[in-house]
Design a protein around this ligand. Structure first.
Ligand code: NAD
Length: 361
């Protein structure tokens, strides 16, 4: 069967990584009809919009997309393409398995954590009030009049909504994932001691949902303690469910535990469609250098193959990647003992080595 999939190469190092990924999934024997759709900074420069509607329509039609990273300007400029896609398509669950492969350079070879990040709410909702704006000053007055709290008049404000609906479905997703994948425990992560009405609600709803999954252990952790625990005893954790911002930060922390961002895959999943992408960003300083690691996006592609029901190809690609990591020869600079290691191969070299294994096997 040929799968219709939207392919978004992204920008920065995205296109070179994406090219490597396309080669290995095709070498794994799966047939694709790629609907290539560009988005990101180059499209913004050409068209004034980094995410044209045609990209969204393509994903709605194909139901599955794989995406390279896309740059988001810092502190101003256009809003994140990544966040907009997740919100527009209601891809409410960001699933990021972090498993240490044998041979990866990590102090924590036993790590096998799955991060389930809520993808549509929280401080990522994009509800922001700019310093000195008329609406911002009215909001400051409103808050003063309603609850007597003073916000300095030279403030910018970002709103953090967390709903019962949004929390219930993400926590259910985490428990359902745990059940379907033989996982033993779900940990809900929050800062409910300080943000009683947003994180407090996240915790309250987590506890309630947990009652309907008596076969899966449940616990909660405060986010700061969670970060300490993860670097000290990560083997104690299994599935973590987090609001959007903590999920983002802890995803990079967990990527560091398993050998770096070059090895951390992900998927954004909704009820009807899914967009697969690595945890890492566009690493623009390496653009065009054929240098960065394509494995994180290849592992995201394995998640896509499983989603498409291509279990054999997913398993063959996983074995080939595991072999490359175990042997440590045909890997990029970030997986070598030193980043200057002259034996490191480039992005395309990793794909060459994996295709060779797949074709011989
Ligand atoms: P980044 O993940 O792009 O890179 C941080 C560092 O991690 C790099 O300098 C590099 O040392 C390392 N790294 C990242 N990916 C790697 C890979 N594949 N192989 C080897 N090393 C790798 O993070 P950043 O520099 O904070 O962000 C750059 C841009 O990417 C920003 O505009 C940011 O908004 C965007 N971003 C996009 C996504 C996405 O598309 N989903 C996610 C995160 C960040």
């Amino acid at each position: 069967m040929t799968h219709n999939v939207t392919l978004i190469p992204g920008d920065g190092t995205g296109p070179e990584i994406t090219e490597a990924v396309v080669r290995v999934v095709e070498a794994a024997g799966v047939k694709f009809n790629w609907d290539v759709q560009n988005a990101g900074i180059d499209v913004f420069e050409a068209e004034g919009n980094p995410l044209p509607q045609r990209v969204i329509e393509s994903i709605k039609k194909n139901k599955v997309a794989i995406k390279g990273p896309v740059t988001t300007p810092v502190g101003g400029g256009f809003r994140s393409v990544n966040v907009t896609l997740r919100q527009e398509l209601d891809l409410y669950a960001c699933l990021r398995p972090c498993k240490a492969y044998e041979g990866a350079r990590t102090r924590f070879p036993e790590v096998d954590i799955v991060i389930v990040r809520e993808n549509t709410e929280d401080l990522y909702a994009g509800i922001e009030f700019k310093k000195d704006d008329e609406n911002t000053l009215s909001l400051i007055d409103f808050i003063k009049s309603k609850i007597g709290k003073t916000i300095r008049s030279d403030s910018g404000i970002s709103i953090k909504p967390i709903s019962v609906f949004g929390t219930e479905r993400i926590v259910r997703f985490a428990f359902d994932y745990a059940r379907a994948n033989g996982r033993r425990k779900v940990t809900s992560v929050h800062k409910a001691n300080i943000m009683k009405f947003s994180d407090g609600l996240f915790l309250e709803v987590s506890k309630k949902v947990a009652e309907s999954y008596p076969d899966i252990e449940f616990e909660d952790r405060i986010i700061d303690n969670m970060c300490m625990q993860l670097v000290q005893k990560p083997e104690q954790y299994d599935v973590l469910v987090l609001p959007n911002l903590y999920g983002d930060v802890v995803s990079d922390l967990a990527a560091g535990l398993i050998g770096g961002l070059g090895l951390a895959p992900g998927a954004n999943i909704g009820t009807e469609m899914a967009v697969f992408e690595a945890t890492h960003g566009s690493a623009p300083k390496y653009k065009g250098l054929n240098k960065v690691n394509p494995i994180a996006m290849m592992l995201s592609a394995i998640m896509m193959l499983n989603y498409l029901g291509e279990k054999d190809a997913a398993s063959a690609l996983d074995s080939a990647i595991a072999k490359i990591i175990r042997e440590g020869k045909d890997v990029t600079y970030d997986m070598k003992p030193s980043p200057d290691d002259k034996t490191a191969v480039g992005t395309s070299g990793v794909a060459d080595a994996i295709c060779k294994i797949l074709k011989s096997g």
